[in-house]
Every structure is written in C-alpha cells, then in structure tokens.
Design a protein around this ligand. Structure first.
Ligand code: HEM
Length: 475
C-alpha cells in the first residue's frame, strides 16, 4: 500500500467516532452510570449539557454544602427559574417559597400533631383515612372482576385519585370534592409529571384553568372566612383547611383581603397541589412495586398493621395519625425504597455569584445539583453493601422516612427541605396499608422497568402490578 498512514488515520477517526458515540449514547441510555463514572474520573464536579442548559453535577462530598449554603447556592432562584416564577418572586419580594414553606408547616404539619393530642378535635388523618379506606376497598373489589391484562385496574390512577381527593380536603375542605375539581387537581399534578428538568413548565397555562374554574368558589370562601374571623368564631368551630389558615394569617381581624393578595393565595394553593400530589403518588408506586418484588416483607408489615390499627365506636378498623406513627417497619421500608430508587437529579440550586467549589468556580446563574444516587449509595457512609436493599434497617436505627440528612436527600436538605414530607409519608403509608391489608401485590412477568433513569422523581416504574385479594382482609 502506497500510504499506509492514511489507513491508520481513517481507522483512528472511526475508532474515535465509535468511542465518542458510545459515550454520548451512554449519557442518554444509561445516564446514571455515565454521570457517576464521569464524577469518578474527573473529580467531584462535572458540567453536563441537558435540555439546553449547562448543569453542574456534584458528588457526595459537596452535596451538603451545595444544598445548605443558601448564600451561594439559592434554592429559591433555582426553583423560580425552573418553573418560570421569577416575575412572581419579584412581585412578592422573594416571599413565595418562604410562604409556601410556612403554610405547609403551620397549616398542615403542625396541626397534624395538634389534632392528635386534642381528643375533642378531629385528627387530620382521620379526616382523610375514610377516603383511603373506601378507595382501597373499591380498588380491590375492581380487581376481583374478570379483566383482560390491558384493562386491569391501574394502581397509579387509583393512588393519584385518592391523594388528589385527600389534598383537596386538606387544602380547601370537603365542599370542594367533585369530579370537576378532581380533574383540575389531576391537570395540575400532570404538570409536575412533565417537569423533567429545565423545562419551561406549564405554570402559565395551568393557572388559567385553575382560577377560571375554582376562582368563584375560592372567592366566595375567602369572603365567608373573613366574616367568620371578624365575628370571632371559637377556635374549635374553625374550618380545618389550609385556605382558612391562610385567610386568617393574612386577615387576623377579618378585614377584607385585596384582589392581588387573593390572586396570590390562589397561586399558593396551586403551587401546593403541584408540589404535593404527583410526587407522593409516584413514590407510593415505587413502594408498591418494591413490595411486589420483595414479597418476604409482606408478612411482618401485615403483623404491624394488625398491631397499629384501631377500632372505632362502631367496631370498624381505622388508622389514625397516632397509629401511622407506630408503623415503624413500613416507615423504614419507605425510606429504603426512596433511598435506592435511583434518583439522580432531584433538587436544584442556582449560584447567586461566581461560587467557589473545591478547586472550581461555578459561574453566577448556573444550575447546580448533587448526584443523589451517589449520595444514597455512598460506600463511605453505608459500607460495602450500600446498594443492597435492606427494608427494615432504618427501624433498627430509628431513622424516620421523613428525616433528612447529608446522606439522605430525597426530600432535599436545609432551610428549604420539603416541608410536606411528614404528610407525604403518612399518605404513602395509608395507600400501602389500605391495599396490603386487603390484597397481595405481585408483578406481571415478575419485572418492571425504569422509563427515564434521570427522572425517578416524577416518573413511576413501568410495569403491571397485580393484586390478589386476601381471604380475610385486615381492614
Ligand atoms: C414523596 C413525596 C414528596 C417528595 C419526594 C418531595 C420532594 C421535595 C423536594 C426534593 C423538594 C426540594 C427541597 C430542596 O431542594 O431542598 C421539595 C420542596 C417542596 N415540597 Fe415536597 N415532596 C413531596 C411531597 C410534598 C407534599 C405532600 C407537599 C405539601 C403538602 C410538599 C410541598 C413542598 C413545598 C411547598 C416545597 C418547596 C419548599 C419551600 O418552599 O420551602 N411536598 N419537595
């Protein structure tokens, strides 16, 4: 051959093309592994082009720092940018996320315990338990009917409907429960399903439908609540929903709340539905799929259900906030499922300046996120068996599913860690107990798939759950 080097160059170019193609294929086909190996190869910070942005992904050593150093890495700016909420942040002088946080903490979470200790008040979980119970029963009744595989009752839709109804009641009250309002909640929650990263979220489109359809009822209720507060209604007769709590916060004397503030209240409610329904539904499915994959856990969990269920005045079995708190094994199982479900990018920060990070400087206005699965499967924290599923280990270590930490960031970390996490865990417990107390979950063909490995936060596993009704239901 006259010019053998030409052949060598051609071969080298082809080889480079194959390797490069494989690397970029890996980013799409196996992003988790591609990111993890890049972090291992290049240090603790890598930059990745994703959905038109350059994102910075950090390893476990910087996770806590990035999530908690709000001065350099802002949760508010990151979340506002992802959801196109900057104008609203400007209008509220940056109060939006703090308000959301406060209303969830004080309007829902603090009152869950308050209701539990005051016997003369209704327990929050008792308010919503009958819905979970009713829907669990009707789901298992539907399972008993003859079905073709394609038309089996869908546990995702079942859980989403139940959680939507419970959320409507907690946020707005029983009077809002209707087919139309449930569809509105589902539309909002589907918006969350499409939030797969730096997407311009539909938080422009959805509010029109929400305000147009729910607006008149919300407006009338705000008027009614103002009048109640002005008349000095006794605390025990106050409505037990978040809308009332918000109205009372903004109008402690019952004075009329202005138009802009009222619109802002609608936005707050919309954001709460957006944050609450879809995420909780998705995790409940991960828990059910893992239970179906690990059937050995069912017997101890059912023993626990027998121990924690309470009998009401009519002799019927029920679950209360207090009994859910005693469900330590299930709590641990949920924590383990959340730890190992393979989240990569679940919580985002935005740099407020050119932010130093180790030997790098991340430019101002950049998105930064920890690689969650490396945090959750870090051998330095969890030992050599970090990636092995051990569903009851957290019960032994007294670490609750809602407890965040530098090694457990499924609910974020720091000042803006998810304020609704206690409610979310209780709702997941209710979904699971109301099903496994009546039926045994298993997997069609014994397997499920992960549709989008970069996004296990808003995407449930893909597979078919089968339920075999128990001869003697426990609820
Ligand atoms: C399993 C279900 C849930 C998961 C996995 C989840 C996860 C998260 C995560 C990762 C964050 C960001 C935290 C950070 O970046 O540090 C967050 C924020 C938030 N979550 Fe959740 N969440 C869930 C359920 C809920 C529920 C039920 C509610 C409301 C009742 C809620 C309300 C919020 C709010 C309002 C924020 C914004 C934080 C703020 O404004 O301070 N979440 N959640």
């Amino acid at each position: 051959m006259e010019h053998p080097y030409l052949l060598a160059i051609t071969f080298a170019i082809c080889f480079y093309g194959v390797v490069k193609r494989r690397a970029s294929d890996d980013i799409f086909a196996r992003p988790k592994e591609a990111y993890a190996s890049a972090l291992q190869a290049y240090g603790s910070v890598i930059a990745v082009h994703r959905k038109g942005n350059l994102e910075y992904i950090v390893g476990p050593e910087y996770a806590r720092y990035v999530l908690t150093c709000d001065k350099l890495f802002s949760f508010e700016q990151g979340s506002a940018a992802i959801m196109n909420l900057q104008p609203l942040m400007a209008l509220t002088q940056g109060a939006l996320f703090q308000d959301l946080n406060d209303f969830v903490r004080e309007g829902i979470i603090a009152r869950m315990d308050e209701f539990a200790v005051n016997a003369d008040r209704r327990l929050t979980m008792i308010v919503v338990f009958p819905i979970y119970d009713r829907d669990g029963q009707s789901f298992v009744d539907a399972v008993r009917l003859p079905h073709k595989t394609q038309s089996l009752p869908d546990s995702f839709l079942h859980s989403r409907d139940t959680i939507s109804e419970a959320t409507l009641i907690l946020l707005l009250g029983d009077a809002y429960v209707s087919d139309r309002n449930m569809r509105i909640i589902e539309d909002v929650s589907n918006g969350m399903a499409e939030l797969t990263g730096q997407v311009n979220v539909i938080l422009i489109k959805i509010p029109f439908g929400f305000v147009r359809q729910l607006g008149p009822q919300l407006w009338a209720d705000m008027n009614r609540y103002e009048a109640m507060i002005a008349s000095g209604i006794p605390t025990r007769e106050e409505p037990k929903n978040v809308l009332y709590f918000i109205v009372k916060t903004y109008s402690p004397n019952g004075r009329r709340i202005g138009l802009l503030r009222r619109i802002y209240i609608c936005v707050l409610l919309l954001c709460l539905i957006f944050a609450a329904v879809h995420t909780t539904t998705v995790v409940s499915q991960w828990v059910l799929f893992q239970l179906a994959s690990h059937p050995d856990y069912l017997a101890p969990l059912r023993q626990e259900l027998l121990r924690i269920r309470e009998e009401d005045d009519t002799g019927a079995m029920r679950l209360t906030a207090a009994s859910l708190r005693e469900a330590h094994l299930l709590d641990s199982f949920i924590r383990e499922v959340m730890r190992l479900k393979g989240d990569t990018i679940s919580t985002m920060r935005c740099t407020t300046c050119d932010a130093p990070l180790g030997e790098y400087v991340i430019p101002k206005g950049s998105y930064v996120t920890p690689m969650s699965c490396m945090v959750h499967e870090n051998p330095e924290t969890f030992g050599d068996e970090a990636s092995d599923f051990n569903g009851f280990q957290w019960a032994e270590q007294s670490k609750d599913a809602a407890m965040t930490g530098a090694a457990h960031i499924v609910f974020g970390l720091g000042r803006f860690a998810c304020p609704g996490r206690v409610l979310a865990i209780n709702e997941i417990k209710l979904i699971v107990l109301c099903l496994i107390g009546r039926a045994t979950p298993s997997l069609l063909e014994g397997r499920f798939e992960v549709t989008d490995p970069l996004n296990t936060v808003t995407q449930p596993p893909k597979g078919t759950l089968l339920f075999t009704p128990l001869e003697q239901p426990l609820l």
